[in-house]
Design a binder for this molecule. Structure first.
Ligand code: PLP
Length: 392
């Protein structure tokens, strides 16, 4: 059976070239980078190269890159670390559509003596920049806003937001986990102070990430231990994964044009094909700028989990929302924030592509998808009720 992986916003396949560079670090260059001997120095040299590659990827200086264990750690380190560094500031601005890696730390802070402004989005998933301007206060420690949304692909105007936040002299954190490899990243142009990245979204393995910390930005470390990462993150470095992440960043830059041409063309063909062939289907975030690989469509009168099961039987891996919230039947907070009705939230499917997808993959999805929806609607009480209403 043909297998089509269309869940790349959840995680990606590791590129063979990444694995190749990682392998010697397991059995040959296995020294601790803090050790004085040759094996240690060799490991340290490879980390240095990885740091340069990550820095180049986002146009930063290598000294501004701190390796972490994942995007979640980077987000947590940015938020908690800023509050620790500014004990007199008690306010944070973020949005209602962030990933749980930002939302949940904010909820935790809100339960202490911090106040959090969760900016709303309109029906297209877009922020109101005037609302953002009005929300920044004298005691705002940090503004934390994602670049590209993991569920809808909607891209926020980070450059404009960076300008607004800079004028107010507040620390600006950007969760760029889903933007990396899809949108060019330039920390100078964006005016960001802190920026989160995750390896496994760009064809590196799971379990490695980075936090960019602009030189001079005050931040208390989340992990306190040895002097690794210049005291900014204790813990022996995950050498093989850091090497892999560095290589993945280099490859992501090389493949960026392809993401915005070939991959985007495939995404658009999939989008148009599904909207044309399946009745009562609409695009989430249709009128907003979106990253090139993501497609979030809602199908009325069907249930997302059933669609996923039947797609899986046809060899198609997709998602009904963020992988972190699937498994519970909680409706997507992103789609709810966009005002998508409760029933349609449940019928929403996310398809996310990568450079490993092919035109044949798109043909396969376009062939298998419409009959699945038709079959589910045949047995859906909602579809029957709505047909009756139409006929009445
Ligand atoms: N931020 C965004 C926007 C994400 O999509 C994700 C993962 O889905 C994360 C943060 C968390 O990254 P990680 O899985 O590396 O912890």
């Amino acid at each position: 059976m043909r297998r089509v992986y269309a869940d790349n916003n959840a995680t990606t396949r590791v590129d063979e070239r990444v694995v190749e560079e990682m392998l010697p670090a397991f059995t040959q260059v296995y020294g601790n980078p803090s050790s004085m001997h040759t094996l240690g120095a060799e490991a340290e040299k490879r980390i240095r190269l990885a740091r340069e590659r990550v820095a180049k990827f986002i146009k930063a200086d290598p000294s501004e890159i701190v390796f972490t264990s994942c995007g979640t750690e980077s987000d947590n380190a940015a938020l908690f670390g800023t509050f620790e560094a500014y004990p007199n500031k008690k306010h944070i601005v973020t949005t209602k559509v962030e990933h749980p890696a930002v939302l949940n730390p904010c909820q935790l802070l809100a339960k202490k003596d911090y106040s959090v402004t969760f900016l709303s989005v309109n029906s297209e998933g877009m922020l109101d920049l005037d609302e953002l301007k009005d929300s920044i206060r004298d005691d705002t420690a940090i503004v934390s806003i994602m670049y590209a949304n993991n569920e809808t692909g909607v891209v926020f105007p980070i450059e404009q937001i960076g300008q607004i936040v800079k004028e107010r002299g507040v620390v600006f954190h950007v969760d760029a986990v889903q933007a990396a490899g899809k949108i060019p990243l330039d920390v100078e142009k964006l005016n960001v102070d802190l920026l989160s990245l995750s390896g496994h979204k760009i064809h590196a393995p799971k379990g490695v990430g980075a936090l960019y910390i602009r030189r001079g930005t005050k931040l208390r470390p989340l992990l306190v231990g040895g002097h690794q990462e210049k005291g900014r993150r204790g813990g022996t470095e995950n050498v093989p994964y850091i090497i892999g992440f560095g290589k993945a960043c280099e490859l992501a830059s090389e493949h960026l044009p392809e993401m915005n041409t070939r991959v985007k063309t495939m995404r658009d063909r999939l989008q148009n094909g599904l909207l044309k062939s399946v009745p009562h289907a609409s695009l989430n975030g249709a009128k907003s700028p979106r990253g090139p690989n993501t497609l979030s469509i809602r199908f009325e009168y069907v249930e997302g989990e059933s669609i996923l099961l039947l797609l899986d039987r046809e060899g198609i891996a997709a998602s009904s929302g963020s992988a972190c919230t699937s498994g519970s039947l909680e409706p997507s907070h992103v789609l709810r924030a966009m005002g998508v009705p409760y029933t349609s939230v449940h019928g929403s499917i996310r398809l996310s592509l990568s450079r490993f997808n092919t035109d044949q993959d798109i043909d396969h999805i376009l062939e298998k998808f419409p009959p699945i929806i038709a079959r589910l609607r045949e047995i859906s009480p909602f579809a029957k009720a709505s047909a009756k209403e139409v006929n009445a």
